[in-house]
Ligand binder design. Sequence first.
Ligand code: NDP
Length: 443
Amino acid sequence: MEVDVLLDNVKRKNPGELEFHQAVTEVVQHVAPFAARNPKYRKMAILERLVEPDRVVMFRVAWLDDNNNVQVNRGYRIQFNNAIGPYKGGLRFDGSVSLSILKFLAFEQIFKNSLTTLPMGGGKGGSDFSPKGKSDMEVMRFCQSFMTELARHIGANVDVPAGDIGVGAREVGYLFGQYKRLRNKFEGVLTGKGAEYGGSKIRPEATGYGAVYFAEEMLKRNNDGIEGKSATISGSGNVAQYAAEKLIQLGAKVLSLSDRQGTLYIPGGLTEEGLARVMQIKNEERAPLSVFCDSFEAEFREGQNPWSINCDMAYPCATQNELDENDARTLVENGCMLVSEGANMPSTPGAVEVFEGSKIMYAPGKAANAGGVAVSGLEMSQNSQRLSWDSEEVDRRLKKIMSDVHESCVEYGRENGHVNYVAGANIAGFVKVANAMLAYGVV
Ligand code: NDP
């Protein structure tokens, strides 16, 4: 099938799902020419089958708030493709969650998980419930109600969710507690668990650290390194915090973080003490980032993103489509030489075009942020062996996986002396899944 026909079909069958269309278009434009050169993929309609999820589960989540009022949210689990392993991908709790957003995330996850070299299929889920402004007990009651339905659809060898926006250690604890109670089973059905009940060392750090390790690999290929470079980061959640931590450890100067209200600009660079305060603000006080300025020298830029700040490297670590074509142009004009995406699809198609055109080092999320799900995969291995590796061991494995992901992108993304990491990640991720699908016949 021609690319245009395939994309038209996707748009027709999934009306209004703009983020899903965007994610499929990006993958298909790189993978289709490759698949066309390999008739076996074409003959067996691998791409046509790959854009259709195995199944989508959508359900009501009713719960009682602190005033005993009934609240109703919608829950989802997208089981997109399990050709190479159990479905694996996070849960997002945020007011913006929709079928389109979760389908785009689950689709991306197929390729990302394949790139890690670990046996994991692609899935994603969540709810339009936002934990913001809710008490701990409200979050607990919501999580218990959500898991009461979700538990029917997941399992250690079936589908293993993890965290994402709005789902951190607190939420994973409540979700795991309810699963265990419903099933009377202590099994590795979720990753990102607490260290006391089966969580892996380095899992909280993994996505942010991984995005920096990936950047290090790109720089190394150009005989360069992180030390002494300036970096802008967006977001101030899990991924942003640990990207900042690793960058500081490696001698970079972190100039910004951000949240939904605006950007924190720290001209002197974020210190370790400053980062500890950010973690306290976001993880414990659950307060806006602007309060950082009460105790540290920094400027809060209400309603702005960080991309107008001069930097050598940019790390978008907040959310999808947070960096547009104009932002990308500004970054490149200001001398930014590297972009490593901690978030999923943070750059709009126009921004990606600018990055690709300018030939800066640009790593898409499905490669650069694969460290999170990679360590989730390592958590599954540890759970099934009933053992626990120390931090050094997990970090060593994470580094090796990021280096291997980088190598795969280089292998499939070489273009006239330059590496197109988007093409490389999409094609390398596709090959393993496609070959497994070929082996299964038409299913
Ligand atoms: P968190 O909820 O911990 O943090 C999200 C951060 O992004 C917060 O600072 C939040 O601001 C900010 N943010 C969210 N939505 C918006 C928005 N619409 N505009 C501006 N800022 C926004 O999530 P994570 O750090 O876990 O996830 C961040 C990104 O990384 C997501 O794209 C996620 O899919 C991706 N990712 C996460 C992985 C993980 O292991 N956690 C793995 C791979 C990818 P505020 O503080 O105001 O809420």
